[in-house]
Structures are given as structure tokens and as C-alpha cells.
Design a protein around this ligand. Structure first.
Ligand code: CA
Length: 223
């Protein structure tokens, strides 16, 4: 199975070029232009490596890196354009695995990507592939969920909903946010749909399920 790379870059020309080079080398590439979108993608996709630009509209690359690190150990290769960013990104504080200074050659970047993937093992992909909580284990690649080692039959929506919640431990996700993450934002039943699916999930996961209602706000998984 090909490795999936998430590119977070707001400059079309750079992203387009990188995407073409990575795809030519057999990688599957997802491209988003903001940190917020990157975090959403990570919540629903298993990603093997992130190419992360620092200068992004909204949340900058450092902040994205910090938030990604709070959840997963997926390798991060940062793109930096400015001298004053280099010290920060080169320092361990950033949490990045490597960095490349713009302008760079796409060939060099692809070589760095491969080197990082080799270092990180290449076996089990990205840190977020398996999500665990208590007796629950969710494997994104196999799309299965077990409870105390016994498989739980979930629909696709229930699976995606549980994955979104488990990927954000202790974070309250509003109904709108869950609708966006799991249903792509639009659904005839609206946010009521989320409640219905949460109820089904809870029933299937039993009395000890970790899904908490935060009244007036949404849902979270408490760790
Ligand atoms: Ca940029």
C-alpha cells in the first residue's frame, strides 16, 4: 500500500509541484492550505508523513506542529522561508523531524521524505493509525474496532465518528464540528443526526463507553 503524505501549504505553485513529484514516486498525496484543514484531515485519515509550511494563513506551522504532536507521532517535515524561522524549526522545541528551506528542489524534498520514512520504520504507518482508549482499540487501516479484543460491528458513520472523537481526547467537539468531520458538513438531518449516531455508538460500546456529553456544547472522549 502506498504511503500517504499530507501537504499543508498555501502557495499553489509549490504544493502543485510537490504533489506531482511525490505522486510520481508512488506516494498518495492529500493537499490542504490551512492548519485547521490539516487537523481535520488527520482526524479522519491515516497519514504517514506531513509536509508542513510554516507561513500559513490563520494558525501558523509551529502551532499546527504542536497540535499534531499532542495527538500523534506522525513524522513532520517543515518548510521554512525565512531566516528567523530556521533557528526555531531546527531546534527540538518545534517537534518537527526535519526541515527544508525555501526555495528547495522538489527532488531534494522527496529524498528527505523517503529518508524520514525509512528512519521512522515504514512498518506501521503514522502514529494515528491505531487509536486506543481503555478497552477500545480502533484501527483506521483495517477499519475495525474491538472492545476487550472482541470486534464491534459499526457502520461507516459510526466508525468515523468514533475515530474523530478518539483522535481528539479531552477535546469537546461540537455537533457542527462532528458533522463537518464525519459527514463533510452537510446532512439533511442536521446536528440531530450526530446525536442519533452517538446514541448508537454508546449502545454498541456498552455501559463503560468513554463518550461524554458536554451539555450545550457537544461531545468528548475523556481520557
Ligand atoms: Ca506559505
Amino acid at each position: 500500500m502506498s504511503k500517504r503524505i499530507l501537504i499543508v501549504e498555501d502557495e499553489f505553485n509549490i504544493a502543485d509541484l510537490l504533489k506531482a513529484y511525490l505522486e510520481r514516486d508512488g506516494f498518495e498525496v492529500q493537499w490542504v492550505t490551512t492548519g485547521e484543514q490539516a487537523l481535520d484531515e488527520l482526524a479522519r485519515l491515516a497519514v504517514d508523513l506531513i509536509v508542513l509550511d510554516i507561513g500559513l494563513p490563520g494558525m501558523d506551522g509551529f502551532e499546527v506542529c504542536r497540535r499534531v504532536r499532542a495527538r500523534t507521532s506522525v513524522p513532520i517535515l517543515m518548510l521554512t522561508a525565512r531566516e528567523d524561522e530556521i533557528d526555531r524549526v531546527a531546534g527540538l522545541e518545534s517537534g518537527a523531524d526535519d526541515y527544508v528551506v525555501k526555495p528547495f528542489s522538489p527532488r531534494e524534498l522527496v529524498a528527505r521524505v523517503k529518508a524520514i520514512l525509512r528512519r521512522s520504520g515504514g512498518g506501521e504507518s503514522g502514529g494515528a493509525t491505531v487509536l486506543r482508549h481503555g478497552a477500545i482499540e480502533l484501527r483506521r487501516d483495517a477499519r475495525d474496532v474491538t472492545l476487550d479484543g472482541t470486534e464491534v460491528e459499526l457502520t461507516n458513520r459510526e466508525f468515523d465518528l468514533l475515530a474523530a472523537l478518539l483522535a481528539h481526547p479531552n477535546v469537546v467537539l461540537s455537533r457542527d464540528r462532528l458533522l463537518e468531520l464525519v459527514w463533510g458538513g452537510e446532512y439533511p438531518g442536521g446536528t440531530r443526526t450526530v446525536d442519533v449516531h452517538i446514541a448508537q455508538l454508546r449502545r454498541k460500546l456498552g455501559d463503560d463507553n468513554p463518550i461524554r456529553t458536554v451539555h450545550g456544547v457537544g461531545y468528548k472522549v475523556a481520557s
